[in-house]
Write a protein that binds this ligand. Structure first.
Ligand SMILES: [Zn+2]
Length: 457
């Protein structure tokens, strides 16, 4: 296929040959050059909210998408366009990758780390299982997942027609990448989800190593308006809460995500028990998906911090036992289980069972909770409805944000270091984005786009 730009170049040459007046030629040529250098960004999803991240990057020769997510709590989501040459997946969270099965016909190249590929594949298979269980007629099956796997390029540098793509470690979760796109003489840097601080198992993003002065920085703004407390203090506070409930011989529910947060939490508790920071207690994880992902973690140690890499099987825990169902729990215990928002699975079951007793506690470590999620209702209103029954929550519900997202301080640090000409704030509620926009307005021009907005770079 001949790119449109080649036709425009040919046209400009014919015009040059037929023109004797240089000034007229220059005006026409400049206009054509401008046209040739067109690089448009289209916000398909994830603007002024968290969920369904997808940004189109379009030139005359190439059309790609940065992330291809789903809005988890949306019943009839609008389908994203499918006519992309390539799709870059920043990391395996479904709000960045969950619509991929819709590309199984169009079969674009999918770019992302090997860890992102392996985990995304598992999450997509799990999504199909959940949909089938719900009895919904789901148009996708395991064959479509296989197509996605086959079209995946797990490399850090990729060349496409008139475009080059490079990936940099983002922190956040294992395998997460920051994407650098170069095309038409312009540079775009897309953070996906990222964090600068190190966690127990993962190094934060080294922002000094990111390309400088891009024409456009597209960044998440989940915590655009928030400065988090020192992480070590938060971890101390978390252990305090565990000790308090252990003293009362209560049960502790820690709803978490099967990918990364579950392994990070197990490692944190396992290590603390080994070191005598918290007393020995029964600790369980319940999630087959988490177990499978833990296997990937043990086999791909290169994604983690040096001290983790030095351990033979870093995610084989001494004090944490894997269970297949909640009936196997020997109380009192600490249980780390899915779903992270407490809206399904073992989390919802145990939230209902343990939530009514004041000796128990529920510890939420995610910063964001969907407003209508049982966990959020348990925390805010001390009650929620389950199977048409009102559950009164007596257990302590504590939110300790051991999040993998950059907070306002880290976001400003990024903008300060990278010095972009323009910054687009996405993946954050409007108030968060607006607060951050004020903080970085002197460093960069800031845009908080709306859905479907087109921005010319
Ligand atoms: Zn994420």
């Amino acid at each position: 296929m001949e790119p449109k730009s080649a036709k425009l170049i040919e046209l400009s040459q014919i015009i040059v040959q037929s023109l004797s007046d240089y000034s007229i030629f220059k005006i026409i040529n400049d206009t054509l050059q401008k046209e040739l250098k067109k690089l448009n960004i289209k916000m398909h999803g994830g603007t002024q909210e968290i969920g369904g991240s997808c940004i189109g990057v379009e030139t005359e020769c190439c059309k790609i998408a940065l992330d291809y997510g789903i809005k988890i709590d949306e019943n009839n989501p609008k389908q994203l366009p499918t006519d992309f040459d390539a799709v870059v997946i920043s990391h395996a969270h479904l709000d960045h990758s969950g619509s991929l099965l819709n590309l199984s016909n169009a079969k674009p190249v999918i770019i992302g780390s090997k860890m992102t590929r392996d985990v995304t594949i598992e999450l997509l298979l799990d999504m199909i299982k959940i949909q089938n269980k719900k009895g919904k007629i789901y148009t996708h099956n395991n064959h479509h997942v296989e197509i996605i796997r086959r079209n995946w390029w797990s490399r850090n540098s990729t060349a496409l027609p008139g475009m080059s793509i490079k990936l940099y470690p983002a922190g956040h979760v294992a395998g997460a990448k920051i994407t650098h796109v170069q095309s038409e003489g312009k540079q775009i840097l897309y953070t996906g989800d990222f964090c600068v601080h190190n966690t127990e198992i993962l190094d934060g993003c080294n922002i000094k190593k990111l390309p400088k002065k891009p024409d456009l920085l597209i960044t998440e703004s989940t915590y655009g308006g928030k400065i988090r407390e020192d992480r070590n203090k938060l971890v101390e506070y978390f252990f305090d809460k565990l000790r308090n409930t252990i003293e009362k011989k209560g049960n502790i529910l820690i709803p978490t995500f099967a990918f990364h947060r579950s392994q990070e939490m197990c490692k944190r508790i396992d290590q603390a028990m080994k070191e005598g920071i918290i007393p020995r207690y029964k600790v369980y994880t319940i999630s087959n998906l988490a177990k499978k992902i833990t296997g990937f973690f043990n086999e791909n140690k290169e994604y983690f911090r040096t001290e983790i890499q030095l351990q033979e099987k870093p995610f084989k825990y001494k004090h944490v036992k894997h269970l297949y169902r909640t009936s196997q729990i020997k109380e009192p215990a600490i249980v780390i289980c899915t779903a992270g928002f407490g809206h399904a699975g073992a989390s919802l079951h145990l939230l209902t069972k343990w939530g009514t007793n004041s000796n128990n506690s529920i510890i939420v470590t995610s910063g964001y909770l969907p407003p209508e999620s049982p966990l959020n209702l348990a925390k805010q209103n001390k009650e929620f409805t389950y199977k048409k029954r009102m559950i009164q929550v007596e257990a302590e519900v504590e939110q300790i944000e051991l999040s993998g997202h950059a907070d306002q301080k880290e976001l400003i640090q990024l903008v300060n270091s990278v010095k972009p000409k323009k910054t687009i704030l996405i993946h954050g509620e409007l108030e968060q984005a607006k607060t951050l926009a004020k903080e970085i307005a002197e460093i960069s021009e800031v845009i908080i786009p709306e859905k479907n907005e087109i921005i010319n770079v």
